[in-house]
Write a protein that binds this ligand. Structure first.
Ligand code: FES
Length: 153
């Protein structure tokens, strides 16, 4: 547990891939019914060895430190994965080297999983350009265009 917390602290000290991606191919947004936190994830695909794989992933979070740490790890871990491979990753998989998610923090990992799945959902509308900022949308009085998918638990 202490180990998990210290790894979360390390990830937070210098989170990777934080911020919107203006040239994304896909974007997903979810809100957690458990805590009200929100996350958006952007994906950019590329062609590698005849397969379409994730080239880059980025995220923007309006949420807790664990969700930010997991998203930071997950966006690195997603590089080179096909959409099909990414779709099968659980919250725990996405937490990678952070280690086992404590029971109280599982939903934080699920927030990242939910944003990823939403981005990979072929029925989701394509990313529009320019992407507005998640925090800007949350703070805005008119949160139009934001697609919030509640996580089922
Ligand atoms: Fe809400 Fe962690 S407490 S995502």
């Amino acid at each position: 547990m202490e180990d998990f917390e210290s790894k979360v602290g390390d990830a937070l000290a210098n989170p990777d891939n934080q911020g919107e991606m203006t040239d994304a191919d896909a974007v997903g947004t979810v809100g957690s019914p458990e805590c009200g936190d929100m996350m958006r994830m952007w994906l950019k695909f590329t062609e590698k060895d005849g397969k379409k794989v994730i080239d880059r992933a980025s995220f923007q979070a309006f949420g807790c430190q664990t969700a930010i740490a997991v998203a930071s790890v997950a966006t690195k871990l997603l590089q080179g994965k096909t959409a099909e491979e990414a779709r099968h990753l659980s919250a725990q998989d996405l937490a990678g080297d952070l280690g086992t998610l404590p029971p109280m923090k599982i939903h934080c990992g699920q927030l990242v999983e939910g944003a990823l799945r939403n981005a990979l959902d072929p029925s989701a509308p394509p990313a529009t350009k320019p992407q507005s900022s998640l925090i800007g949308e949350i703070q805005s009085a008119k949160p139009q265009g934001i697609r919030i998918v509640p996580l089922s638990n």
